[in-house]
Design a protein around this ligand. Sequence first.
Ligand code: A4P
Ligand code: MG
Length: 183
Amino acid sequence: MTIAYLGLGANLGDARQTLKDAVVCLAQQHTITVLAKSSVYRTAPIDSSGDDYFNCVVKLETSLPARSLLRLCHHIELQFGRERPYRNAPRTLDLDILLYGASSIDEADLVVPHPRMTERAFVLVPLVELEPDLILPQRGRADAFIETVADQRIEKVATCQCMVAAQRDSDATATPSTKTDCR
Ligand code: A4P
Ligand code: MG
């Protein structure tokens, strides 16, 4: 079994819902156990165009070799309608392997750790949220790179407050809650 971290990104369609559905899809694979998921972040496109992205990072345990995990990622991307008209095009879903155990892989179609992960707030911030003390193979502490991407806009998406609202509404003396977006 290997611990791996995947970066999820989307900026086409209902991107925020897609991230949620993609995590469920990963968790349904018999070869994968999802161990943790970061918050979802709204992020400015970096070297890309279109709407803001939604991004998150998932920590998982898998019996798959790295290459098979990549194939699975591509398969799931396709299921979510991924098209590749050009590099860094807006996308319904992108699944990147950020880390695969302590492995360093440098092959034509698979490079791990992901070569651009330390340049991107949309990867570093959710990753460090999940693992504050994470050490990257040959690169040192992940959190040390965060100040170098401080100019990239990223904001945590508020989590659902439904349970809090339901509790408040059950108290007859409380003001009824406003409708909450649960996605
Ligand atoms: N590939 C090589 N290594 C990996 C890896 N570790 N994980 C190959 C996944 N794929 C890997 O990827 C292109 C090729 O990279 C694949 O054939 C695979 O074999 P792709 O998903 O087809 O295309 P891409 O995602 O456009 O390319 P790439 O190089 O992964 O782009 P980046 O650098 O990941 O950037 N801005 C915001 N705010 N949020 C984003 O999520 N994403 C990108 C994509 C740009 N800007 C963004 C975001
Ligand atoms: Mg990709």
